[in-house]
Each structure stands twice: as structure tokens, then as C-alpha cells.
Design a protein around this ligand. Structure first.
Ligand SMILES: Nc1ncnc2c1ncn2[C@@H]1O[C@H](COP(=O)(O)OP(=O)(O)O)[C@@H](O)[C@H]1O
Ligand SMILES: [Mg+2]
Length: 263
């Protein structure tokens, strides 16, 4: 779709990811809504917003083992409780977007998705396409979903953006997280890590050896999974730091900040 932009806001930005209980970063949610709004209201490009889950999802999933599948009927409650928490986070994000004049239409992604062995097998995008063509901004989020093998696995925001970008032929994909981009090693652990401006076919082999998960609890693979997913879709994408005010505006306007992933 011409000019389609997909932006993912990481759970590391909109929540306190070091917390073992759900804790939203209300100020960040509001600032990010304002940043997206300032560009959206000027350009009115087709836009999809996806957000991660941070402390609303990863600790409970890790504690209950939901990512490893359903172990009996008593486990259903953990799945539904996790979904309930994530719906609360999504309500906060969507409210803030609407208050900032973005026509944000929330979509509960697990109601139209089937996973298979922890991979996204099929997501029905009929509604997303209809909404886009009528000028709404679909808002989706990571959530435990039905898995046809293990009955439940985690549909991450990273899964959603790469699936939709490929199916809908997005023009721009921005993944906003809590570090400046992809580094030569985890910058939260190694102060000497250097940022990589561009990942392309010449350095991808080397880059893979530099990637690891997350310093916080992240059951969906952290930076390694993020980059692997983005590499797979064959569309240029960008990883930026949304904790730096103004970065979302700059990326949405096409500035090549952070790390560019070329395929
Ligand atoms: N080579 C790397 N470059 C940058 N970040 C890395 C790298 N390896 C691991 N990470 C970790 O990935 C984290 C971002 O992934 P994640 O926690 O999943 O964020 P999000 O919640 O935004 O999806 C960073 O905070 C960092 O600790
Ligand atoms: Mg993550």
C-alpha cells in the first residue's frame, strides 16, 4: 500500500520494564502520542501503530509459562488474565492517541490470529485494510494467542509488524525501543558497544553474532528476535530510540537516525 507506515512502540518505552508488576509510563505514552500526532495530522499517511507490552505481559507470561503452551484447563485463567492486563495497557495507549486527535481504532490481535508452534500462521487483515482505506489508524499490540499445536503462544508486537508489513507491502517500518539502535553488543551491559548505522547483506553475518535478548524480562526474544523478524520481510526498516524526545517525529519524517536495516 502506497505510503503505508507501520510504527511499533516497544514495551520498554511505554512501561517500566524492570517492574515485576504492570507499571505504565504514562508520560512516555502521552509524549509519543503527541509526536505521532504532530506528523500524522500534517501528512495523513496510512498508518498502523503497534505497541509492545513490557511489564504488563512479560513477567506474568514468564511466571506462568504461557509461552510454552497450555498445560490444562486451570492454565486458561493465566492466559485470560494476561489478555486482560494487556487490554488495560492498550486502553491507555489508544485513549492517549485519540486525545491527540489520531483516529485510533483498537484491534485485539488474538481475535483474528492463529499461531502454529510459536509462529504467526495466519492473521486476518480484512478489517485492517478496510480501516486504512477509510482513514482510521489501526492500533494493535502483543498478546498471548491461540496456537494450533500448543494451544497458546505469544504473538509479539515484533511478529505483528513484520507480518503486516509483508502482507500489506508497507513503505516504512519503524521499530522504536529503549536503545539508540543495534549495537556491536548489548549497550545496556557493555559501555563500549558501538552503534551500527546500517545492517545490510555485507555485515549481516557479523551482526547476528552481536545480538542477544533483553536486559529486562522479555519472553519474545529482545533485540535478536526484533532484528531477525525485520530482516525477513524484504522491506527497509529502522530501529530508533523512542526515549529520546523528538526521535519519533524525525523517523516519521524520513530522517535516517538509529539503525537502518536494508535487505
Ligand atoms: N546488540 C544489541 N544492540 C542493541 N540492543 C541490544 C543488543 N543485544 C541485546 N539488546 C537489548 O535489546 C533490548 C531491546 O529489546 P527489548 O527489551 O525486547 O525492547 P522492546 O520492549 O522495545 O521490544 C535493549 O534494551 C538491549 O538491552
Ligand atoms: Mg521486545
Amino acid at each position: 500500500m502506497k505510503d503505508l507506515t507501520i510504527i511499533k512502540i516497544g514495551g520498554s518505552v511505554i512501561t517500566d520494564k524492570s517492574s515485576e508488576t504492570p507499571k505504565a509510563n504514562v508520560e512516555a505514552i502521552e509524549r509519543i502520542s503527541q509526536e505521532i500526532s504532530s506528523v500524522y495530522l500534517e501528512r495523513k499517511m496510512p498508518l498502523i501503530i503497534v505497541h509492545g507490552v513490557g511489564s504488563y505481559g512479560h513477567p506474568i507470561v514468564k511466571r506462568t509459562g504461557l509461552d510454552k503452551g497450555i498445560k490444562g484447563i486451570s492454565h486458561y485463567k493465566d492466559l485470560l488474565e494476561t489478555q486482560r492486563q494487556l487490554d488495560k495497557l492498550n486502553f491507555m495507549v489508544t485513549n492517549s492517541l485519540i486525545d491527540n486527535d489520531i483516529p485510533a481504532f483498537s484491534i485485539q490481535p488474538s481475535s483474528s490470529t492463529i499461531m502454529k508452534n510459536c509462529s504467526l500462521k495466519e492473521m486476518d487483515l480484512t478489517l485492517v485494510e478496510a480501516l486504512l482505506s477509510d482513514g482510521f489508524v489501526p492500533v494493535l499490540y502483543g498478546i498471548p494467542a491461540y496456537d494450533e499445536i500448543q494451544k497458546c503462544s505469544i504473538l509479539s508486537g515484533d511478529d505483528i509488524i513484520s507480518y503486516m508489513a509483508a502482507k500489506l507491502k508497507a513503505e516504512k517500518i519503524i521499530s522504536a525501543t529503549n536503545v539508540d539502535g543495534v549495537f556491536t553488543s548489548d549497550p545496556k551491559k557493555n559501555p563500549n558497544a558501538r552503534i551500527i548505522g546500517e545492517i545490510n547483506k555485507d555485515n549481516i553475518g557479523e551482526v547476528r553474532t552481536w545480538l542477544s535478548g533483553s536486559t529486562s524480562t522479555d519472553v519474545t526474544g529482545g533485540m535478536l528476535k526484533k532484528v531477525t523478524e525485520l530482516l525477513g520481510i524484504g522491506i527497509e526498516s529502522q530501529i530508533i530510540n523512542a526515549n529520546v524526545p523528538g526521535n519519533i517525529v524525525r523517523a516519521l519524517k524520513g530522517e535516517r537516525i538509529g539503525t537502518i536495516i536494508k535487505c
